[in-house]
Design a protein around this ligand. Structure first.
Ligand code: GDP
Length: 291
């Protein structure tokens, strides 16, 4: 069972202990949401809606409360089409996020997934700031059969992107996934870098659709939420990928981020393997919770 299934199980267990809906039961649910790392504000929103739902629908049995919780959470995370990666081609995806969050692995997973869908994929190793980053991305690319455009360490990320775009155009590539050194020493720094990269795309590849995806590590819990806040101010994010949702009790940040910043979660990472990337949508969530 994944994170959401485990949370649902805890909620079920709590409901089972009660014959009637009372304050004690409501407190227990609140506690489960908070200890699942759903932020305080989002938890309060969910609890308020839950009370309203119970009243309006005249629910008296605890076992019927779970359905209400699932429906409320689905409403928070369901961003409709925005939860899906753009299907347009050509597509350029800029990947941003702090070191160690799983950005490189996620690029590989995403590339692998798109390839399996029958798309042609190329990587641009524009995280030239970190010594081993480009090499690591290329190793992944070789493993899954995706070409990686790279320069030497310290090169201008926009120059890597420029070259990658020329190469992608020449080879009719459907999706170019661009790693970035997009980190947050300062907000301005990040904004400048992304602006420069976007200008390169404007000029060299105006026909390409775009996504800017933030990779966040679920095990960072509340820190990941504050990263989302800062990156969201510095960049025009089209979505978020949450990594390391396997084996963490902190997956509630996915719900918090979707609620507080109105950001769609596009995928979740559920392991270190190249296949361990799942779409994140309300239907999957519901299936996991009720299944
Ligand atoms: P980067 O520094 O952001 O590029 O991060 P990496 O892609 O190098 O990943 C850092 C570590 O996290 C590696 O050991 C990865 O195997 C691991 N990792 C990445 N995604 C996941 C995930 O979804 N689940 C788990 N358990 N580990 C992951």
């Amino acid at each position: 069972k994944g994170f959401f299934g485990r949370m649902a199980e805890r909620i079920n267990d709590a409901l089972f202990m009660h014959q009637e809906i009372n304050e004690e039961m409501m407190d227990e649910i609140e506690e489960i949401l908070i200890t699942s790392d759903i932020g305080m504000e989002t938890t309060m929103n969910i609890m308020e809606e839950l009370r309203e739902y119970i009243k309006v629908n005249m629910i008296t049995l605890p076992k019927n409360v779970k359905k209400a919780i699932v429906e409320i959470i689905i409403r928070l995370i369901d961003k409709g089409e925005r939860n899906r990666l753009s299907d347009k081609t050509p597509l350029v995806i800029l990947m941003i996020g702090i070191n160690g969050g799983g950005k490189t692995t996620t690029i590989a997973k995403l590339g692998n997934r798109l390839k399996k869908e029958g798309k042609t994929v190329m990587f641009a190793a524009a995280d030239t700031f970190r010594a081993a980053a480009s090499g690591q991305l290329k190793i992944w690319g070789d493993r899954i059969g995706v070409n990686t455009v790279m320069h030497q360490e310290g090169a201008d990320p926009s120059a890597v992107l420029f070259d990658a775009i020329q190469s992608a155009k020449a080879r009719n590539i459907d999706v170019l996934i661009c790693d970035t050194a997009g980190r947050l020493q300062t907000k301005k720094n990040l904004m400048d870098e992304l602006a420069k990269m976007n200008r390169v795309i404007d000029r060299e590849y105006p026909e390409a659709a775009r996504e800017t995806l933030l990779v966040l590590d679920a095990t960072n819990g509340k820190n990941a939420v504050s990263q989302a806040e800062q990156f969201n101010e510095a960049a025009e994010l089209s979505g978020v990928i949450i990594t390391k949702l396997d084996g963490t009790a902190k997956g509630g940040i996915a719900i918090t981020i979707a609620d507080e910043f109105d950001l769609p979660i596009k995928f979740i990472g559920t392991g270190e393997g190249v296949e361990d990337l799942e779409e994140f949508n309300a239907a999957e969530f519901a299936a996991e919770v009720t299944g």
